[in-house]
Design a protein around this ligand. Structure first.
Ligand code: ASC
Length: 152
């Protein structure tokens, strides 16, 4: 019985700590969170980009590992752009439009996630050419959102 209670408690804790329930005590906490997620995502996406550009020797397994991390991270930043993330005082480039044009911002966020999945699918073939073909769309989706919604 004790064990069952402990398991139930652990499951509840996991359910309520899910990303979709994320709330932040202060806008600055939300800004730090989204910046961290985007930084990790960009780091791993950038390693794939290094292979695409020929700066890093192509290794299919390493490309796969990096894009897998980028895809996993791409699901996270958005919680930090929710209502509890508006008005951060730490240095951040989030334009107020993010909270005024939520549908448009969501469209950009979903486009980026879909484009990263395309790179991930390409990486599964093990072909650098396939990755190259998918990479531009993903980079373009980063830029499109930055052009519309980022100050710095
Ligand atoms: C990256 C990165 C971005 C985008 C952007 C694409 O690797 O960190 O912000 O790609 O530069 O235009």
């Amino acid at each position: 019985m004790k064990k069952l209670l402990a398991i139930t408690a652990a499951m509840l804790a996991m359910a309520f700590s899910s990303a979709s329930f994320a709330q932040f005590a202060k806008p600055d906490d939300a800004a730090k969170y989204r910046q961290s997620a985007l930084t990790v995502m960009a780091t791993h996406f950038g390693r794939v980009g290094g292979m695409v550009a020929g700066r890093i020797p192509f290794d299919a397994k390493v490309a796969q590992e990096n894009i897998d991390i980028a895809v996993a991270m791409s699901k996270l930043p958005w919680a930090g752009f929710g209502p509890s993330g508006e008005g951060a005082t730490i240095k951040n480039g989030a334009k107020p439009e993010i909270w005024k044009e939520q549908a448009k911002f969501k469209e950009h966020s979903e486009k980026m996630q879909a484009e990263l999945v395309k790179v991930q699918t390409a990486a599964k073939t093990g072909s650098l050419d396939a990755i190259k073909a998918a990479f531009g769309g993903a980079g373009g989706s980063c830029k499109a959102c930055h052009d519309a919604f980022r100050n710095i």
